[in-house]
Design a protein around this ligand. Sequence first.
Ligand SMILES: [Zn+2]
Length: 246
Amino acid sequence: MIIFVFILGLFIGSFLNVCIYRIPVGKSVVFPPSSCASCGHQLNYIDMIPFIGYFIFRGRCRYCKASYSIQYPLIELLNGLLYALLFYKYGLSLYMLLYGIITSLLIVISIIDLKTQTIPDGLNLFGVIIIVFLGIYLFRDNYLTHLFGFLFGFVLFLLIAMITNAMGGGDIKLMGVLGLLFGLTGIIFVTMMSFIYGAIISIILIATKKATRKDYIPFGPFIAIAALTYIFYGNELLSIYFNIFL
Ligand SMILES: [Zn+2]
């Protein structure tokens, strides 16, 4: 079963690559079918076998031999592994479905933010629709915390954006989306973790001279990693925290 989930994750990962490539340029993610960016030859099913196809054809187009970025198989592999981990943690459940969709969405958001310094509104909107659709049932005992979570994430990052000018509109909306998903405690956790990740990685980038103090470092990926931390270890880390401090 877990192998099936992993393979499903690879195939969805393959679709995520299409999203990452097409959404920023405003192309449809369903039509036309994938084609080689170099020669335009339409890819058939054997070319699109995720991950493994990359190694069979040694990262090259079968038709024109143009090489593909290693980014494609890596994203497929990442999505497959995260799906397998989600299945391991949540079993076959609506939470696995919800977190699976959100995990894939966070991958797409992170890569697009890294490449274009923006998070497309459509992606945040997609997140809201999925969360509301499944949340009406899943969060039925506790709507209020999810509402407060949305307000906390959105308003806090709006204030940070107004004060520091370092946050984009996409980050503010993404924090609203995740607040709606995780509720108040969860979004406070995500806020703190995202700043910790942001600080650590910025210090590393500046220390290794990969970035300077003046460079703009997209914040979306830090929010995404913090959200994944919450999905996988949130309860464990929070209970450690409460045991130590309360
Ligand atoms: Zn080609």
